[in-house]
Design a binder for this molecule. Structure first.
Ligand SMILES: Nc1ncnc2c1ncn2[C@@H]1O[C@H](COP(=O)(O)OP(=O)(O)OP(=O)(O)O)[C@@H](O)[C@H]1O
Length: 263
């Protein structure tokens, strides 16, 4: 089965109000196209993670619906597979990096291909740490281990919430160079929540800009830059223009939300 075709995510009128009448997400229509990488950016606390957690089935929407591949998320995800990598990597402390990855594979009922596991560990820059336990790794290394684990099961849908928050800038740039090639080759539908606008533009096909809470869509910006994207592109005019457009949309969202008297 082609996982890319089966992993289009369609949110219709999706909304979330937490207990205590805290409105996190205004009813929104949003489609994450199969095989594409989409960034969700917006001010801190606006509701980005809430959207992601609802898609992952970790949070129940208050209104609207989510379909994945045309069906209910639980059904499709069983077939196409879902992986998440969140800021808190939640690795099992008593298992090594390799052991954590192998466990994810066995839970997904996938064969352990030792060479592929080694390749992923190498890709995230953890060669030499395969047999190390999480407590002996830095925060950024743990996040990279979680990324390798998320990729190992070859999910149709990959949900990433600030997955590189603790990773140093150079390694982030290396990952931003290497990861999209894998997602593209596998046809993975990827949703990335990030605070870094340039990372969003570097990695993604599209950037969806959200307003301050309650989240609503302020802009949906296509990133029509060729791939593979190299670090030098960050200084080019096309890249810079898209980054500026995203910042402009972010400040439009802020301005619209501010009370008139404060403007
Ligand atoms: N489980 C919860 N119960 C109650 N309120 C919550 C819960 N989770 C999040 N919130 C609130 O919902 C709002 C949106 O939170 P969310 O984590 O989705 O924002 P975010 O855009 O991902 O923020 P950040 O960029 O800072 O991580 C915030 O006001 C937060 O306090």
């Amino acid at each position: 089965m082609s996982s890319s075709r089966s992993s289009e995510v369609i949110c219709k009128g999706l909304s979330k109000t937490y207990p205590g009448r805290l409105e996190a997400v205004r009813p929104m229509d949003l489609t994450f196209h199969a095989g594409q990488t989409t960034a969700l950016v917006g001010p801190s606390g606006c509701g980005k993670s809430t959207v992601l957690r609802m898609i992952a089935g970790l949070e129940a929407p208050t209104g609207g619906s989510i379909t994945i591949g045309g069906g209910p998320p639980s059904e499709t995800l069983k077939k196409a597979g879902l992986s998440v990598a969140f800021q808190d990597p939640s690795l099992l402390p008593w298992r090594s990096v390799r052991g954590n990855i192998e466990l994810a594979l066995s839970l997904a009922r996938r064969k352990v291909d030792a060479a592929e596991v080694d390749q992923l560990i190498h890709l995230v820059g953890l060669s030499g740490f395969a047999d190390t336990r999480p407590a002996e790794l830095s925060g950024g290394m743990r996040q990279r281990a979680a990324m390798a684990r998320a990729l190992a099961t070859r999910p149709g849908l990959l949900l990433l919430d600030e997955p590189f928050g603790a990773v140093d800038e150079l390694t982030r740039q290396q990952l931003a160079h290497d990861l999209p090639g894998i997602w593209e080759a596998r046809g993975t539908t990827t949703v990335l929540v990030t605070h870094s606008v340039s990372e969003a533009v570097m990695l993604c096909d599209r950037v969806v800009v959200l307003s301050p809470r309650p989240a609503r869509i302020v802009a949906d910006i296509a990133v029509d830059l060729p791939r593979p994207r190299r670090s030098e592109m960050r200084r080019g005019p096309a890249f810079t223009q898209i980054v500026e457009n995203v910042f402009a949309a972010l400040s439009d969202g802020m301005a619209e939300t501010m009370p008139k008297a404060a403007q």
